[in-house]
Design a protein around this ligand. Structure first.
Ligand code: NAD
Ligand code: DAU
Length: 365
């Protein structure tokens, strides 16, 4: 008997064993009245199924080990679970990896999104006229599609022209264009979020904040690319998850929502703040800041990102709840309390990545 699509139906989450995806699934299901989640993840190096351990025995969570490129599998999942929405996180997400090996980024981020859109279109067309208004396809994207800002430029707004600079950003911009086209041409009810840099629990230690914490505690150099004056607009991951829930619930079909914390910081400020927090919470013989090392810059490094979040704040009543100070402190406390998690993800493969990304970089200061 087919399961009808309704507000109580499941949502299909892709990439829900990664950093933001697993935070989203955990946050979502922490509400006892939340709808079930079917979680599709191929488990790349960036995934960690243990992130989902708190959901063991929770019948509302179904984990499926599989690839968004596998159209047959996605069609089966849609036919079986009849979800009321797809929330699409799955991606290759690290800029440095995209520079050293862009191919996987084009495959997953562009072809994978195309595969998902095609299955979603077929599924949506097969829904009854009563069911169609409940369905949404929410594509989780990034502020990097807009390129880089000069110090005096206004923050990115939803109409800022796309100007992606890295292979990662270009692949995400391509996927955003596909989602837009599937809405415009086929009437698929899509939503897009473009968010700034996330940080918080469960982030893989290849990204700046967890990498600095990991290296600091291991007594290793803290690598700052170039002069460290690049600016990012940092957002605590739980705030991003709340934004996605808000867009899913009441976002307008076909619209894009920029998400950010109005929290622009240079990389040097981020790293020195982390060192101060570690000095306080886990004092060592000398300040962790002594480990700061400037190394060769990232090729094509975007100088500044900043998000104008007035649309989501005004229309959907969303606002970041965590400040940079409180969010960063929570993050450091989480990493200190979860060293077993860090050890679990810093295996041989992680060490190979560190070797390939950092060994050829010269120490510049
Ligand atoms: P992540 O790299 O931590 O996780 C990505 C997840 O996707 C992993 O679990 C991985 O196994 C899965 N995945 C990759 N390829 C897949 C495939 N072919 N099929 C199924 N699953 C696959 O990434 P993240 O930082 O959690 O980012 C999630 C999404 O949010 C991405 O789309 C990213 O572009 C976007 N985003 C990230 C940030 C950020 O700061 N991290 C900011 C804005 C937007
Ligand atoms: O803006 C959103 C994007 O933020 C997301 O779409 C990406 O998935 C996510 O990876 C992130 O991209 P960034 O390149 O900004 O994040 P990353 O943590 O890699 O780097 C943050 C800044 O720190 C950036 O200016 C590069 C710098 N950096 C990074 C690393 C890993 C260093 O100086 N040293 C490092 O070792």
């Amino acid at each position: 008997m087919p399961i009808p699509v309704s507000a109580a139906s499941a949502i299909l989450v892709t990439g829900g064993a990664g950093f933001i995806g697993s935070n989203f699934v955990l946050e979502h299901l922490s509400d006892a009245s939340a709808c079930p989640v079917v979680n599709l993840d191929v488990l790349t190096y960036a995934a960690n199924p243990a992130n989902l351990d708190p959901l063991k025995g929770d019948a509302r969570h179904t984990f499926v080990h599989g690839d968004i490129l596998d159209g047959k599998l996605i069609r089966e999942l849609l036919a079986t679970h009849k979800p009321r929405a797809i929330v699409h996180f799955a991606a290759e997400s690290h800029v440095d990896r995209s520079i050293l090996g862009p191919s996987a980024f084009l495959k997953t981020n562009i072809d994978g999104t195309f595969s998902l859109l095609e299955a979603a279109r077929e599924y949506y067309n097969g829904l009854s006229e009563d069911e169609k208004p409940h369905f949404r396809f929410l594509h989780v994207s990034t502020d990097e599609v807009y390129g880089t800002l000069k110090p005096e430029d206004p923050a990115f707004h939803e109409d800022t022209p796309f100007a992606p600079n890295s292979p990662y950003a270009a692949s995400k911009a391509s996927s955003d264009h596909l989602v837009r086209a599937w809405q415009h041409t086929y009437g698929l009810p899509t939503l897009i979020t473009n968010c700034s840099n996330n940080y918080g629990p469960l982030q893989f230690p290849e990204k700046l904040i967890p990498l600095i914490l990991h290296n600091a505690l291991a007594g290793k150099p803290l690598p700052i690319y170039g002069d460290g004056q690049q600016v990012r607009d940092w957002l605590y991951v739980a705030d991003h998850c709340r934004a996605i829930e808000a867009v899913l619930a009441t976002g307008r079909i076909g619209e894009t929502y920029n998400v950010g914390g109005s929290n622009q910081q240079t990389n040097m400020v981020v790293v020195t703040t982390l060192c101060k927090l570690l000095d306080e919470l886990k004092p060592a013989a000398q300040s962790y800041s002594k480990q700061i090392t400037h190394v060769t810059d990232r090729p094509g490094h975007d100088r500044r990102y900043a998000i104008d979040a007035r649309k989501i704040e005004g229309e959907l009543n969303w606002k970041a709840q965590e400040s940079f100070e409180t969010g960063l402190r929570k993050t450091v406390e989480w990493y200190l309390a979860n060293q077993a998690w860090v050890e679990g993800v810093t295996s041989g493969a992680y060490r190979n990545w560190v070797e390939s990304n950092y060994s050829a970089r010269e120490v510049t200061a």
